[in-house]
Design a protein around this ligand. Sequence first.
Ligand SMILES: *Cc1c(COP(=O)(O)O)cnc(C)c1O
Length: 436
Amino acid sequence: MTNERKPKKPREQYRLRTRLIHGSFATGRWDYDHHVVPPQSSSATYRLSSVHRGAQGFIEFATPESRRAPIYIYDRLDEPSRGMLEENLAVAEGGEVAVTFATGMAAVSGALGILTASGDQIVAHQVLYGCTHSLMTSWLPRYKIHTDFCDLCNPETLASVVTKQCRVVYFETPVNPTMELIDLQAVRRVVDRLNTGRADEERIRIVVDNTFSTPYCQRPLEHGVDLVVHSLTKDIGGFGTEMGGAVIGANEYFNLLMLYRKDFGGVLSPKNAWPILVYGLPTLATRMVNQQKSAMQVAEFLQRQAKVARVLYPGLPNFPQRELARRQMTTPDGAFAPGCMLYFELKGRDGTGNSAAEAAERFVDYVAEKSYTVTLAVSLGQIKTLIENPFSMTHAAIPDEEKIRCGLQPGGIRLSLGLEDWHDIIADLEDALEVV
Ligand SMILES: *Cc1c(COP(=O)(O)O)cnc(C)c1O
């Protein structure tokens, strides 16, 4: 590393927004210090200078030593483009290590895979991303890993659900799509109490899916969570061109995450890691600031409309958990950061759920056909504003009665604000409201 730049101040003293643009260009793992943009590597296998070096690479794989200067052997084991992205993701979430995966679901599977074994219990919040719910109800039970669901908006309920076999408490906050918040520190306190007297290998770990907020708006590790999972496909990727996932946490999880990823095989391709490293993460702060501003404008607009029954956005002054929102949804510099997702319901003609659902369908169909700025599509966190009906689409895997019991109405509409001018978004929504 003879020509490595030596900034006067250590990198750690720069703000997150700056660090995500520059990262570190020269470490024991790579040296691209003469590139302005990191190169995209594309090498399925690596040249080894001796049998000894090859043997050493296998011995050191997934150990803490390998993180300083790994002997690269094969893409599925470890690879430098992905490594640079992982380093920046760990910085973003305030974790010691990040391990990327092919998709968000591969990351969720990885986190749960290393923390549980046959006979164990997972306790999860009652509303979850649809595929996470079906992973827990359709697949993990085949391995005798059982999930119990409860309302973590009241963390004390954990005490009555957790069994001796519980290894993981799992949730998203804000809850997708209802925008309820779960108090990270309150869950930590209850889990600490339940962990008292447990041996280390029997301790309950808290895993939070932070996809909705992004590390720019909330860093759960700072509030005591053990592992954070992400779908990089959403706001972190930001442009809707790549899929990816990540698990972020303390050094102690690195070895198992790397070994799990090696054997289950859900690695992030370096070709997909590169745009997230070069375009997505460096623009995260800028995009979130602007998307958040639009979300606030749109939330306020919707709230003023006679045809809208309710709007849930953590930035609104009348948001039910306003105090909690201000406490845990903040930028790394401490500013309130309510994110770019909102949820709203229309009024029905006769006040019934059915007529509200019909109104929502008419509204969303009109948007799908006539709106220029708002696109009907699943996914979220892109530069284009996306709209969807979670009840019938993303959350179809959860039984209907269950959804209604948890406050997810058939006529609920989810909006993910993009980077268009908010005046145009509001004008398109206003047109669509006229037809209902
Ligand atoms: C999209 C999403 C996932 C899954 O991510 P993929 O990259 O699609 O596999 C998990 N959790 C949340 C909250 C999501 O929005």
